[in-house]
Design a binder for this molecule. Structure first.
Ligand code: GRF
Length: 209
């Protein structure tokens, strides 16, 4: 059974989507621990309600990003996590953490990468930028994390229609409901089934046997 660790900072609806999919028996996996960079993050409650160990690790208290990442690595290694999910985690990770779980970290981003991604594109800002540019389609992307913010190999993408009367808030909600909450559990399932193959910096999805 695949052991998963999750990093969060906020509401944790993507964490919830993965929990639901595991509980529904769609993926043979277990979430072994959730770490939040914010003390009051509702994601911690969601984890606890499901009997998952959940802790707040303070970036400030750690002093440096190196010390912070060392504590994250220690926590997840002690839990024997084999896959790390970034689920609304508002801290940019350095090569120290990325290399500790090389090829085993996923992120979800609320746009069709390479549109509206990279530094500064987080939360509602992504949807504000999409509306300002007037795109007719946006969506979500799940990718493997490497040293470049939002630059890793793409695993799955799903398009979502932009409507004339959308606000950043309505668009964010539709992208979550129609894309994010489906894509993340699906990507985790593919990983658990060993169906993601990295070839020439791209992800190929193996057919199910
Ligand atoms: C999502 O939009 C996700 O794509 C982005 O941050 C948001 C997190 O939301 N990386 P939640 O905490 O999962 O509800």
């Amino acid at each position: 059974m695949l052991k998963i660790g999750v990093l969060v900072s906020g509401g944790g609806t993507n964490l919830q989507a993965v929990i639901n999919s595991i509980n529904a028996g769609e993926t043979d996996a277990e979430i072994v621990g959730v770490v939040s960079s914010r003390a009051g993050a509702y994601a911690l409650e969601r984890a606890k309600k499901n009997g998952i160990d959940a802790v707040f690790i303070s970036r400030k208290q750690a002093g440096s990003s190196e010390e912070y990442e060392r504590s994250l690595i220690k926590y997840f290694k002690e839990k024997n996590a084999e896959l790390i999910l970034l689920a609304g985690f508002m801290v940019i990770l350095t090569p120290l953490f990325v290399n500790a779980f090389k090829g085993r970290i996923m992120n979800i981003h609320p746009s069709l990468i390479p549109a509206f991604c990279g530094e500064g594109f987080y939360g509602l800002k992504v949807h504000e930028a999409a509306l300002a540019r007037g795109v007719k389609l946006t969506g979500a992307t799940v990718q493997l994390v490497n040293d470049e913010p939002d630059g890793g190999p793409i695993i799955l993408q799903k398009a979502v229609e932009v409507r004339d009367n959308d606000t950043p808030e309505t668009l964010q909600k539709r992208v979550m409901e129609e894309a994010e909450w489906k894509l993340y559990p699906e990507a985790v399932k593919l990983f658990a089934q060993n169906r993601l193959v990295l070839e020439n910096g791209r992800v190929r999805i193996k057919e199910k046997l």
